[in-house]
Design a binder for this molecule. Structure first.
Ligand SMILES: [Fe+2]
Ligand SMILES: [Fe+2]
Length: 307
């Protein structure tokens, strides 16, 4: 098994190529272009938010709240990524470019929400203070775990942003969320292909890391006030649930793109991990279908979780 330093050194040319591809495909965009400023007005002193100002379900408000607070937690994601990759070479350049791109996400979503008054600005700001003061983010134990986690997480975030946008029933809001989602997709592709390279270099270690990360995967949001209740609401609205996790992440990425079922040359531990991983994916798929059916029958019920 390679040391972390050796692994990063071996994969540095891949990171450089993926970074170049990322930069070459980047299209510059500006948050201010997407915000419907003419719909805004001053908040008078003592303003109290009234949910009836904007017709929006509680579930979609939950999604906007969690999506934005997760973006607000960027300082701690940066800390983890920089700690994992270091400051030098293509790794450091990637970490900083990624950070600069992520920074725009909270800017554009917050400006949109402030102008449209879609959620309570006071509650939102208090929650941001609490979230950033607490500074919790997942901290994968190894670089391979980190690769797997961010590959899954960027795609999950893309799906959540995009589905939230679709439910806003507002062209400007949809465009904001779609724009952010498309950045997340490009981040995902960087990490997804990094995992493919790591699978060639260190197949057993990478498979074990994928298994661990799928087993413990959670949408980002720990540390957000009332996160569990929001996560349930988000699942209930079909914005991010087991079915999406299975059908749009685990099957297309883990099974199809990384081809974990057909990898050869795994050691005994990785063989075991692969078997457990494939079984877990099946279970998540079944749970997704069950919950979706139950939701269709009893939309008022809360969702259970799969472990
Ligand atoms: Fe983001
Ligand atoms: Fe991202």
């Amino acid at each position: 098994m390679l040391s972390t330093d050796a692994l990063l050194a071996e994969l540095e040319p891949t990171a450089a190529t993926l970074l170049e591809r990322h930069l070459a495909s980047a299209k510059e965009w500006f948050p201010h272009d997407l915000v419907p400023w003419s719909r805004g007005r001053d908040f008078e002193a003592g303003y109290e938010w009234d949910p009836s100002e904007v017709e929006l379900s509680d579930e979609v408000r939950s999604a906007l709240f969690v999506n934005l607070l997760t973006e607000d937690n960027l300082p701690y994601y940066f800390r983890t990524i920089e700690g994992m990759f270091g400051r030098d070479s293509a790794w450091g350049t990637w970490a900083r470019r990624w950070t600069a791109e992520e920074g725009r996400h909270s800017i554009v979503i917050r400006d949109y929400l402030t102008v449209t008054r879609a959620i309570d600005p006071v509650q939102l700001e208090r929650a941001r203070m609490a979230q950033v003061e607490c500074g919790q983010v997942p901290e994968p134990e190894t670089a391979l775990d980190g690769f797997a986690y961010v590959a899954l997480q960027e795609l999950a975030t893309r799906i959540a942003h995009h589905n939230t946008g679709k439910l806003l029933d507002d062209k400007a809001g949809y465009d904001v969320m779609k724009r952010v989602a498309s950045d997340e997709n490009r981040h995902h592709i960087f990490y997804r292909d990094l995992v493919s390279a790591a699978l060639e270099l260190e197949p057993s270690g990478m498979v074990c890391a994928i298994e661990r990360q799928v087993r413990t995967f959670e949408m980002p949001g720990t540390g957000i006030i009332d996160f569990d209740a929001h996560a349930k609401a988000i699942a209930k609205a079909g914005i991010y649930d087991f079915a999406a996790h299975h059908d749009q992440i685990l099957v297309p990425v883990v099974l199809r793109h990384w081809g974990v079922e057909s990898l050869t040359g795994l050691d005994a531990e990785a063989e075991q991990a692969r078997a457990a991983l494939v079984k877990r994916i099946e279970r998540i798929g079944k749970a997704g279908r069950r919950f979706a059916a139950r939701r269709a029958e009893h939309p008022e019920r809360e969702l259970a979780t799969v472990s």
